[in-house]
Write a protein that binds this ligand. Structure first.
Ligand code: PEP
Length: 254
């Protein structure tokens, strides 16, 4: 049975104190209210990682992730943060391939493949995001776009490395817009993603890979989305900034 996962992406929100408070609230709510064995991952800005990873040690099913790393091991890259540095904070995951990094920071599929490799080298698990823009959906190109993102970003991995990663389907037109893919639209793409994994790595690996949905997910729409057979949880942006909303989304798997 593949893992059910709800991951929060705080993006560039929360000052240090606000972040610690938010994480503590979530951890307490999870402790009191979550009865399933779903995995919860909070992806914060770098400044919170060490502190919240320490707090997470007291919580059985809450883990911590970063939102970016540099593709090189170490060196003269002023202002950048390496996979090894992130791992040394106690964080275990990193979001890679988010559409905001692809669009605003010019991150190409080739660069992302390097980041995936360095993450795995240092024991960080990538949450690798893929998804089409509104234009690509309207043009009917979205399956090709997603296939290419998979092929260039993660299909170079060995089956054993690929088995460690988490995928997130995030239609760009649904991120932060209040527009959500319908459960049927999302399921169609998730099933396609699983088919691609099966073609590359076989049915057993495809069956074990968690594929999350992201894009204006909230406590109202999460139950229908998460009940689809190939949707294994969510990557949550805006709603992860409210402890009540985020925990309610997590509780869909109770
Ligand atoms: C995201 O940034 O990964 C995301 C899904 O954002 P939102 O939930 O706000 O659409």
């Amino acid at each position: 049975m593949r893992k059910k996962i709800v991951a929060g992406n705080w993006k560039m929100n929360m000052d240090y104190q606000e972040g610690i408070s938010l994480f503590s609230e979530v951890a307490n709510m999870v402790k009191d209210e979550v009865i399933g064995n779903q995995q919860i991952i909070v992806c914060s800005p770098f400044i919170h990682l060490h502190s919240i990873a320490s707090l997470a040690k007291e919580s059985e099913n809450v883990s911590v992730g970063a939102q970016n790393i540099h593709q090189e091991d170490a060196g003269a890259y002023t202002g950048e943060i390496s996979a090894k540095q992130v791992r040394s904070t106690g964080a275990e995951y990193v979001i890679l391939g988010h559409s905001e990094r692809r669009a605003y920071f010019g991150e190409s599929d080739e660069l992302l493949a390097q980041k995936v490799n360095i993450a795995l080298t240092h024991g960080l698990i990538p949450i690798f995001c893929i998804g089409e823009t509104r234009e690509e959906r309207e043009a009917g190109d979205f399956f090709d776009v997603i296939k290419t993102q998979l092929e260039k970003g993660v299909f170079h991995l060995s089956a054993s490395d690929f088995s460690k990663i988490i995928l997130a389907y995030e239609p760009v037109w649904a991120i932060g817009t209040g527009l959500t893919a319908s459960p049927e639209q999302a399921q169609e793409v998730h099933a396609f993603i699983r088919k691609q994994i099966e073609a590359k790595y076989g049915a057993a690996v495809a069956d074990e890979t968690s594929v999350l949905y992201g894009g204006s997910c909230n406590p109202k729409n999460a139950p229908d989305l998460f009940s689809q057979p190939d949707i294994d949880g969510g990557l949550i942006g805006g709603a992860s900034l409210k402890s009540r909303d985020f925990t309610d989304i997590v509780k869909v798997f109770n």
